[in-house]
Unconditional design. Structure first.
Length: 262
């Protein structure tokens, strides 16, 4: 077994003595990646979200500016993916189990003397659990807690920006750039859950009124977006842009943490 490229920041790679001796626990955030194992269409592996958590960490931590610091908790790789049932390969845990796992990490982070927890989330289905749970973390342990958000990809068509929500152009491009051998472009298709020009106010996403949905209700392939437009070159560019914005967000957390710790 080998540890990831950010071994020096990976808490499971440290001895208890080293963790106790870390000098910046009062302001350096602990980063928790939350992902999923679920279908991503016929062209991508089911581990995309779990993989992308590690990709983001490797890229982001290499871009941290001078004076910024953080540490990495063990990832939560299986998420709340009940919307993707009905496709082979999807694993899922319940809302309550995900909440309990996050609280368990926060409890230990607090016991180790850290004062900040930040989440890099790569699965949209986790967000309805993450937001209220992180409020609990703040209330229970007094930790600064939040979700790190990268700047959205801007140079894509309006249709993809609105409804390319799963295994489409952006996500497929990311995986092409990060682990191209895992992608089968010949099986990529274009399939959207709705069109921006469609009439009506009720849609699965990006509408005034939202309807509960499962992937098989809105997509035969499991893709929601235009996976055929993906390229590794786009993925490299978008990964770099996203990693830079996440690194800047961590640096800002460090700045605020130092001010609070004074």
């Amino acid at each position: 077994m080998t540890f990831p490229s950010y071994r020096d920041r990976y808490l499971p790679a440290m001895t208890p003595r080293r963790i106790r001796a870390l000098p910046d626990r009062s302001w350096a955030p602990v980063i928790l990646a939350t992902g999923a194992i679920e279908q991503h269409g016929p062209h991508l592996p089911v581990a995309v979200d779990a993989l992308m958590g590690q990709v983001w960490l490797s890229l982001v931590l290499a871009r941290l500016p001078a004076g910024a610091s953080c540490y990495v908790a063990p990832p939560i790789t299986i998420g709340k993916s009940n919307e993707h049932t009905g496709f082979p390969g999807t694993l899922m845990i319940s809302r309550d189990t995900l909440r309990s796992q996050i609280l368990a990490v926060a409890r230990q982070v607090d016991a180790w003397g850290f004062r900040s927890l930040a989440v890099i989330n790569t699965h949209g289905g986790n967000m309805p659990v993450l937001v209220p749970t992180l409020r609990e973390v703040r209330a229970l342990y007094g930790l600064r807690a939040g979700v790190l958000q990268s700047k959205p990809v801007s140079d894509i068509p309006a249709q993809e920006a609105a409804f390319g929500i799963h295994a489409g152009e952006v996500e497929t491009s990311w995986v092409m750039a990060a682990a191209g051998r895992l992608v089968d472009p010949s099986r990529a298709v274009c399939e959207f859950p709705a069109r921006i020009e469609d009439p009506g106010e009720v849609r699965p996403v990006a509408a005034p009124a939202l309807v509960a949905w499962a992937s098989k209700d809105v997509s035969k392939s499991g893709i929601m977006g235009d996976a055929t437009a993906a390229t590794a070159e786009k993925g490299e560019r978008w990964l770099g842009q996203g990693a830079a914005s996440l690194a800047a967000a961590i640096a800002e957390i460090c700045r605020l943490g130092r001010e609070t710790a004074r």
